[in-house]
Design a protein around this ligand. Structure first.
Ligand SMILES: Nc1ncnc2c1ncn2[C@@H]1O[C@H](COP(=O)(O)OP(=O)(O)OP(=O)(O)O)[C@@H](O)[C@H]1O
Ligand SMILES: [Mg+2]
Length: 273
């Protein structure tokens, strides 16, 4: 069967690297304001790390970047999210297009456990209504698993269930699944916090490779990880009575070695949070 139809993410030429820019993002859950006019430019082809203590709004900010915040009934939002200059919240823009362009990997690996490794990689195509021939799919499964750093470990058992992989392998499977719909940005919320140090390093290497073709934004509580993988870093902070803001952002090396704000210095040196 050769059912190649548009839209077909698998045969179109790769798009250029995309910049993601958040402008004056304010977010609420009910009347609880959790972010206050947060602006941040996440450079095309860069890795931006979001750091800060628990509850300061990092995950909320990340979910706003691909329109997942609006799934929470009490959630409200002001501000803009510009993907290469176009606001993903513009009334003329479709939710599905934002989700396709801006993928997400979560803290806990969440493959479909009973589905085969191969079907897991292809799952996003079905959800986005993308059709492809068998040979196109085979090529896509291989290329995404290669990019996610998992191909060698699973190439002889693509029909085995995704749930049979180790935690680190499952997380790389989830990365491969995100890549299959050719996102322009990949958001990762503490992607290694459930993994051992070896798997963590494999994912970090994968991220550095992926940044050649996809803009990456990662939330991490691990300062060494932020220092190892990110080019740019943003330090979020909320206090008991004030919503989350970015205290400081910029080049990661500079921010870790010569932070401008005392609170950044205290946080990156493990003195709180
Ligand atoms: N679904 C929700 N409903 C109501 N309040 C929420 C919801 N999700 C998050 N919040 C609140 O928003 C604030 C920011 O939470 P968020 O999860 O974004 O923080 P975080 O920086 O990711 O924290 P952590 O490092 O612990 O993951 C917190 O005060 C939290 O209680
Ligand atoms: Mg979080």
């Amino acid at each position: 069967m050769n059912a190649v139809m548009t839209p077909d993410a698998t045969t179109t030429a790769p798009q250029g690297l995309a910049e993601l820019r958040a402008v004056d993002i304010t977010a609420w859950f009910g009347d609880h304001k959790v972010l206050d006019r947060v602006s941040l430019t996440m450079a095309a082809g860069g890795i931006t790390a979001l750091i800060g203590p628990s509850g300061c709004g990092k995950s909320t900010f990340l979910r706003i970047l691909n329109r997942m915040h609006e799934l929470v009934p009490s959630a409200q939002l002001a501000g803009q999210v510009l993907l290469d200059g176009e606001d993903i919240y513009d009334p003329g823009k479709r939710l599905i297009d934002a989700r396709r362009a801006i993928g997400m990997v979560f803290q806990k690996p969440n493959p479909f456990p009973a589905m085969s490794i191969r079907e897991n990689v292809l799952a996003g195509l079905r959800l986005t209504g993308t059709k492809a021939s068998k040979s196109t799919k085979d090529g896509l499964v291989e290329s995404c698993l290669v990019k996610a750093g998992l191909w060698k470990e699973v190439k002889d058992r693509l029909d085995a269930p995704g749930g049979g992989l180790s935690g680190g392998q499952q997380q790389r499977l989830c990365i491969a699944r995100s890549l299959a719909i050719r996102p322009r940005v990949l958001l990762m919320d503490e992607p290694c916090s459930a993994l051992d140090p070896t798997s963590t390093r494999v994912i970090e290497e994968t991220m550095v490779e992926l940044a050649r073709e996809v803009t990456i934004v990662i939330v991490t509580h691990n300062m060494q990880q932020a220092a190892r993988v990110s080019d740019q870093c943003a330090f979020f902070l909320a206090t008991q009575n004030t919503p989350g803001v970015i205290v400081e952002h910029g080049d990661t090396t500079a921010m870790f070695q010569h932070p401008l704000d005392q609170r950044t210095a205290d946080y990156v040196n493990g003195r709180f949070g």
